[in-house]
Design a protein around this ligand. Structure first.
Ligand code: ADP
Length: 560
């Protein structure tokens, strides 16, 4: 563009010179044409004046080529100019232009020639010339600002290109740096948008892709976390077992049940190396032979473990292993046993007096003497009384089970009053067993309780202490009341034979008795301590005992 401008400017300057020389030539031609035939002296004079005015070279040539007027050289020494290109062209076309070396001037010249006259038969040609260097100097002069502008533009363009190049390079480096971040998995990284338009589009696209990746990864992570959370908080143990019996997944519950430490790495390990319980492996192997769930129970230490193995399939329903579910059913099994025992015990406990009553009634029907009849009737009375006690105790337990601390009617009552009432109810037994019952209780101490139930609990504990803990050698029974937290602790202590440890934990079960015969002989039902436990629970309290064989027993009823 700049070059084209320079070239165009050169042509324009040359044209302007050409026009100027032509004007001179035309002026002279017109002058000469008007003057008619001018004498040689006049011509020289006219050319001289023109030369003075303009400083150009003027030459006047006749049609035969003779130079009859010349402003710069001796015309006599000049050869025929008929065939000088500009002269020849002017004779033929009226105007001639040329640019060539002049032997006369010894330098290159620019010529413009005009025929005289313009129309009709030629009388001569007037030629105006300037040295080419003058014209070139003019052109150069006129082009200097253009060249400056040209080089200025080039300089600015180069500077801009360098700057743009640097900007692009920096931006590409930033994009590359960002891409490395993202490629390393940091999908939250966003590349700053560069100033280069094409790169900023690319960067925006990369950032959007990273954003999508980040969203997808977050969704996957959330799903995985949810799955892990569910698995962690599931109470059944879950073990996913893959091909070759290697462990794919094991939750916390399964670890706890199988006695595997929380930090022990199990994933990828063989099931047999991690789980010592042989039944687990047997179950899994059995399950691999069928598409149906396989169930089994095993005992691990004190625990009863219910195991269930089902096929583990992939998304294409192809079996990839087994899913093992573990449930700690110790408590359920124990409760089942307690319930079964309870039913058996109730039947047994009821059947014993009923059998007795039935037997003696039949004997009476068969006919007996008066003394025997009276004896039998007394037995029937005692047994039916026992039956009544059992049924009352059972009804009591059912009532306590059906009610709760919320519905319990309470009153604030001095603890000493309840103890006095209870001891009063046990008085016959105390006298009968020659027991010495002492009470340590602050008269100001009160409790917010169901007085009737608490009195009954104290009766049961004192009655037991007198029945089982009093001997002629150690007749003392102490009832000691101490404030505890916001409530009270009522302790009933004897100094009898005590209770062996293996009996202690089952003592509060219904119908559980250490010595059945002795209990029955003493009119016991085996329900007394179960009732005490329920009374404690309905008050949100507790009952516990401390006992050692030969050292007596202390039952502590805690009422908050
Ligand atoms: P029971 O109707 O047989 O008295 P309990 O539930 O009151 O039933 O007591 C359960 C068993 O606990 C009793 O049969 C007895 O063997 C034992 N027991 C209770 N209290 C004492 C005690 N103070 N000393 C020794 N054994 C006791």
């Amino acid at each position: 563009m700049a070059i084209a401008t320079v070239v165009a400017s050169r042509a324009m300057v040359k044209q302007s010179w050409e026009r100027e020389l032509e004007i001179h030539a035309r002026v002279l031609a017109t002058l000469l044409e008007r003057e008619g035939d001018m004498g040689e002296a006049d011509l020289i004079d006219a050319i001289g004046r023109m030369k003075e005015m303009e400083g150009h070279r003027f030459t006047l040539i006749l049609p035969d080529g003779r130079v009859i007027g010349e402003s710069e050289a001796d015309k006599g020494s000049m050869d025929s100019h008929k065939y000088r290109p500009e002269v020849d062209e002017a004779f033929r076309a009226g105007k001639g232009i040329s640019q060539r070396y002049s032997a006369t001037m010894g330098q290159s010249m620019f010529y413009v020639a005009r025929r005289i006259p313009q129309e009709g038969e030629a009388k001569g040609v007037i030629r105006v010339a300037i040295p080419l260097r003058v014209m070139e100097a003019g052109i150069e002069e006129s082009q200097r600002p253009l060249w400056w502008a040209f080089w200025g533009i080039i300089l600015v363009a180069v500077a801009l290109s360098v700057k743009a190049g640097l900007t692009v390079a920096t931006s590409v480096a930033k994009v590359h740096h960002g891409l490395r971040h993202i490629a390393e998995g940091d999908f939250s990284y966003r590349i700053p948008l560069p100033g280069v338009p094409c790169l900023s589009e690319l960067t925006r696209a990369i950032n959007e892709t990273a954003g999508q990746g980040e969203r997808q990864i977050r969704a996957l992570e959330e799903e995985r976390n949810l799955r892990a959370l569910i698995l962690r908080n599931l109470s059944p143990g879950v073990v996913a077992i893959g091909a070759n019996h290697h462990i794919m997944e094991m939750n916390e519950a399964a670890r706890a049940m199988l006695g595997i430490g929380a930090v022990t790495v199990v994933t990828g390990k063989s099931l047999g190396d991690v789980v010592r319980l042989a039944e687990v492996m047997t179950l899994v192997e059995e399950s691999e032979k069928t598409v149906n769930p396989v169930e089994r129970e095993a005992t691990l230490g004190d625990m009863r473990l219910a195991m269930r193995s089902t096929p583990l399939n992939d998304v294409n329903e192809r079996r990839i292993g087994s899913l093992l579910l573990l449930n700690d059913v110790t408590l359920i099994r124990r409760l089942e046993t307690v319930r079964q025992d309870f039913v058996a015990n109730v039947s047994h406990e009821l059947r014993t007096p009923i059998t007795s009553i039935k037997g003696f009634a039949e004997a009476l029907l068969d006919g007996t003497d008066a003394e025997t009849t009276e004896r039998f009737l007394k037995i029937i009375m005692r047994q039916s009384g026992h039956l009544d006690t059992i049924i009352r105790d059972l009804t009591e337990i059912v009532w306590l089970e059906q009610n709760s601390a919320k519905t319990l009617e309470r009153e604030r009552i001095p603890v000493a009053v309840m103890i006095d009432n209870a001891i009063g109810l046990c008085q016959n037994r105390i006298t009968e067993r020659r027991a010495a019952v002492s009470v340590q209780c602050d008269g100001d101490l009160t409790a917010n309780v169901h007085a009737g139930l608490v009195e009954q609990a104290i009766v049961n504990l004192v009655d037991n202490a007198v029945k089982y803990g009093v001997t002629p050698e150690s007749p003392n029974v102490e009832v000691i009341v101490t404030p505890e937290g916001g409530g009270v602790c009522i302790q009933v202590r004897d100094h009898g034979a005590g209770i062996a440890p293996h009996h202690q934990e089952r003592l509060f079960e219904r119908f559980y008795r250490v010595d059945k015969g002795r209990s029955r002989d003493l009119g016991g039902t085996g329900l007394g301590l179960a009732i005490v436990k329920h009374i404690a629970l309905i008050h949100n309290g507790a009952i516990d005992l401390s006992s050692a064989p030969g050292q007596g027993t202390a039952f502590s009823l805690r009422l908050p």
